[in-house]
Design a binder for this molecule. Structure first.
Ligand code: PEP
Length: 251
């Protein structure tokens, strides 16, 4: 059975002390609650070790937002998957549209990042999604298929089974414009079918597929009520406990 997940992506926000306060606040808010989903927070790399030490990681998983596509060595400024794993973080967000767009991360680079993450025991939260023009042209199904195939379909079934997928229409990220629950369900079901075609129905059924794009306390319930929407990847609303908590409680 696949697991539900609500994951926060803090992006390049919070200093270390601000990030620690946010993580501790969430930890406090969740400590007496029985959760119906996995909760993950994607912090800046500089915060990982301190956040892991400050919270109950059996309740809140910690994610990096990127990792290097190389194992180790002379790559100034890069942070490897092994380094991330050594902080106690268990997840890494890969393929976010901001990394594809601003840092020119290609399908091939992302493929190597996924391999590095898996080799070091990290769970990739792998983002896919179309830009507005592609949706207007009716190409969104083809775009997500291409993204999945190009970066993930060389993985063994065993490795593919370790991934979480996040469908994030780029036109909905940080814009306040959300896909309707029906639009999300339609494309999530399509993504699951694409996975089934390559890896079989059981593995597809067991794959967690998150929705991301201006998810908030108001729209979360409708989105996660859809059968193929297994949770969310949350940007803006993950930066305050007050906004993030109701999303975690949407299940
Ligand atoms: C994101 O960046 O992954 C995201 C979904 O952002 P927001 O929730 O702010 O749209």
């Amino acid at each position: 059975m696949r697991k539900n997940m609500i994951a926060g992506n803090w992006k390049m926000n919070t200093t270390l002390s601000e990030g620690l306060a946010l993580a501790k606040g969430l930890n406090e808010a969740l400590k007496d609650k029985t959760l119906k989903c996995n909760v993950v927070i994607g912090t800046p790399l500089t915060h990982l070790a301190s956040v892991v030490a400050a919270i109950d990681t059996t309740k809140i998983g910690v994610a990096a937002q990127n990792c290097a596509d190389k194992e180790k060595g002379a790559y100034t400024g890069e942070v490897s998957a092994a380094m991330i794993a050594s902080t106690g973080a268990k997840y890494v967000i890969l393929g976010h549209s901001e990394r594809r767009q601003y840092y020119h991360e290609t399908a091939e680079i992302l493929k190597t990042k996924v391999i590095q993450a898996l080799a070091n025991g990290l769970t990739p939260i792998f983002c896919i999604g179309e830009v507005l023009k592609e949706r207007e042209d009716g190409r969104h199904f083809d775009i997500v298929d291409e993204q999945i195939k190009a970066s993930l379909f060389d993985l063994s079934p065993e490795d593919f089974g370790k991934l979480t997928i996040a469908y994030e229409p780029v036109w909905a990220i940080g814009t306040g414009k959300t896909a309707t629950a029906e639009q999300a369900q339609e494309i999530h079901a399509h993504i699951r079918q694409t996975i089934a075609t390559q890896y079989g129905a059981t593995l597809a059924e067991n794959t967690t597929i998150l929705y991301g794009g201006s998810m908030n306390a108001e729209n979360a319930k409708d989105l996660v009520a859809k059968p193929d929407v297994d949770g969310g990847l949350i940007g803006g609303a993950s930066l305050s406990v007050e906004k993030f908590l109701p999303i975690v409680e949407a299940f």
